[in-house]
Design a protein around this ligand. Structure first.
Ligand SMILES: N[C@@H](CCC(=O)N[C@@H](CS)C(=O)NCC(=O)O)C(=O)O
Length: 253
């Protein structure tokens, strides 16, 4: 279990600090933690506390989303790729980014399809929050203000989720045919970690492995039959395997 500190405490602490969203299975936060843990990088976990001055995360990191990784006095890293590159630099082994430039380009391309703007996580969030925002639910309205992608983006969102799932199951099928267990080959890479953690937006791990507030579970469970069919085609099994072999269970929120 992590010892959580406030953002103010974290700012006054040297070393590697990760500002995280707590209590919700935010896949960006979960992926960042998982990467540091796989690499056995010591870090301090920080969460916004009531004692923190308003706007501290924004002032410190220049943006308002979680996670953000801060190493010593270096510039804060707040996007999934910056956080991955920082972790890889601080602990090159086990490598989660291939050394070969062509394979690396593929890794960042696929990872963008999972974690980036208009990727799987982004688009599934648009699918989840649209009805809440339309109903005037403050949480949905706020997230739509922050992450809305215009009427065109909203229209594309569900199709993009299906497309990325097709991309991932295609990669998995090809690797399996070549006798490999992971999305990009024989070894775990960052895209396996992203898939396992982002899968919780569509089909969360069971309560004993992911103890999220239960009223939240339906929001994180896709009832879309086309999504379910794609998950059942090897992707849930991959998620389970990655968690069991490489990540921490139960997930700490
Ligand atoms: N900046 C991140 C994306 C992080 C992100 O979308 N975080 C969301 C998770 S739902 C968040 O912090 N939402 C809460 C908020 O904005 O207050 C990246 O590009 O990797």
């Amino acid at each position: 279990m992590s010892e959580w500190m406030s953002l103010s405490e974290a700012r006054a602490t040297p070393g590697l600090r990760l500002a995280l969203l707590r209590s919700v299975p935010s896949p960006w936060s979960q992926a960042a933690r998982s990467i540091l843990e796989i690499k056995r990088l010591p870090y301090r976990a920080a969460v916004r506390a009531e004692t923190d001055p308003a706007g501290l995360l924004e002032e410190w990191t220049g943006q308002s989303s979680f996670p953000a990784a801060m190493y010593e006095e270096e510039r804060p890293r707040s996007s999934w790729d910056e956080i991955l590159l920082l972790a890889e630099r601080l602990a090159p082994e086990p490598a989660l980014i291939p050394a070969d430039p062509r394979e690396r380009a593929l890794l960042f391309g696929v990872a963008h399809e999972i974690c980036g703007d208009m990727g799987l996580g982004w688009c599934q969030r648009l699918v989840q929050i649209a009805p809440l925002a339309e109903a005037g639910e403050p949480f949905g309205v706020e997230l739509m203000r922050k992450y809305g992608s215009g009427p065109e983006g909203q229209k594309q969102a569900r199709g993009r989720v299906l497309e990325v799932l097709d991309l991932l199951r295609g990669l998995l099928r090809e690797q399996r045919a070549a006798g490999n267990a992971y999305l990009l080959g024989a070894e775990l890479s960052a895209v396996d970690v992203y898939w396992a953690t982002f899968c919780n937006l569509l089909s969360p791990l069971p309560p004993e492995q992911l103890p999220m507030p239960e009223p939240m579970r339906p929001l994180f469970t896709s009832g879309d039959p086309e999504v379910r069919a794609r998950l059942d085609d090897g992707l849930l099994e991959l998620r389970d395997r990655v968690y069991q072999r490489h990540l921490t269970l139960p997930v700490e929120l």
